[in-house]
Design a protein around this ligand. Sequence first.
Ligand SMILES: [Zn+2]
Ligand SMILES: [Zn+2]
Length: 575
Amino acid sequence: MPTEKETILITAALPYINNVPHLGHIVGSHLPADIFYRFCRAKGHDVTFIGGSDEHGTPSVIAAQELGIPVKQLTDRLHAIHKNVYKKLNISYTNYSRTSKSIHHEVTKDFFKVIDAKGVYLHREELKMYFCQRDSLFLPDRFVIGTCPTCGYTSAYADQCETCSTVINPGELIDARCRICGEIPTYKLSPHLFLDLEKLSKKIDAWVESKKGIWNNHVYSIAKKWIDDGLKPRSITRDLTWGVSVPVPEFKNKVFYVWFDAPIGYITFTKELGNQYYERYWKNTKSKIFHFLGKDNIPFHTIFWPGMLIAHGGYSMPYKIVGFHYLNYEGKKFSKSKGVGVFCYNILNSDINIDTLRAYLTSVIPETKDSLFQWNEYRLHTNSEVIGKIGNFFNRTLNVIWNNFNGSLGIDAEQLTNNDELDRNLISSIKTTPEEIGKLLFKTEFRAAYQKMLDYAREGNVYLDRKEPWSLVKKGDLESAKKVLYITLNLAKSLAIVLSPIMPTGMQELWNNQLNFSGSLDTPEIWEKASKMDISKGHRIHKPKPLYEKIEIEKLEEIKKELTKPYNLNDLVKE
Ligand SMILES: [Zn+2]
Ligand SMILES: [Zn+2]
């Protein structure tokens, strides 16, 4: 049955550009989004994958200030690093852009003007803001530091303590001081714009309710808890100069709060591809928008962003918020400031095999709870699953064909007569398993889908063990050997297709250079071929060779040392 073609836009959370990405970010959005994108394309859906650097806000301003460089220089350099890291990891964005582009400023202002013109969901309010007399500057968010009232941490931000995660309300910070000059700040009244989430609450709730059963439970529950706790109007402006300026005369010295402009980036970066993309995904009630993101981003994408979209009223609403839990590192939290974790900048100069890394990471995607990255597990997974199950199956099948039949079996499916139960079971598995894997992938259950791929390879190995085509050859029963190998060769073809969203490089190499099929595994609708026994009579394979290398302990130590090497942000951005 042909699949119904869907119109699907995939986004991965926009990484904040005040540092380099770490593996937690990769596993919590970019990688699953990429696997999903590759799968949807293979199924023949109309699909586009967008992302970009989130450059505005106080953290990048402060990071630049501390390094003594213009903020634009910092974000230019870090944007380039982010883009290269995703490329190296084979994250195949259709468009990876950035929020500092002028088109994004225009799209954001237009978005705001539509809400403003309705006169319903925005209001103005005077706020008592921190102000530094010496710098004659308002001090938003992270420009004020002091002692956390909860845990006593002495470098807590005015809005949140990074040590104990407590949200700090205005006035609660002890010994507040200006981050730039150290002076004790005063307060000054400043008018700000608010999006009235309270007024939007019923509509947001109805929308969240309509997602029950589509979203994972934890995503739905987090959204419901926020709504049940009561939504409050939220300020969308900041007293800063770095950002998208507010197109209202009375706010000319302010910019939009970074959380207001960042998600509009999803629209901008689609529009950058051309108006037909913009219309197809954002102005089409039938399009399905999937947002991939980490746990900390769930409230934002289930409450605030949909609230903005409802207030605007002219864009498609997201279809599914795919929220992940956290990936911990060897039992600790990834932390750039504490130097814990894998810093993806180092990946740029590393010879680590990207396919095997992606495969291991897929096996630990934190779908239902926090999960753990462990170096030795990476080694074991590569050796026993990727090589032991998948690689082993390909090698055994292709080597027997290459060594005994000069690479060509000379039969096709019509010669598969007198099949026994083992044959029939494997043939039936080839017909049904790709579809089952596809269903799991479409439900964004990546770990279960990957497990099924491994089981699929294992089925092939068990079949070979039982049939022993190499013994059939020795006994001179070439016809029986060919039948067995014809079935496993079709399974090899099927596996290459279903594994390619996770291990794109190795599977493409196998496809062209060993299985000897032409074309790319990126071809739309190629998934259908995964359930067909259709290799032609005259087909000849090329000389097989192992796709992946085993990782010995010494090699692992080398990789680990390379990837955990501390770096100095200063060196990266001044290079
Ligand atoms: Zn604290
Ligand atoms: Zn100051």
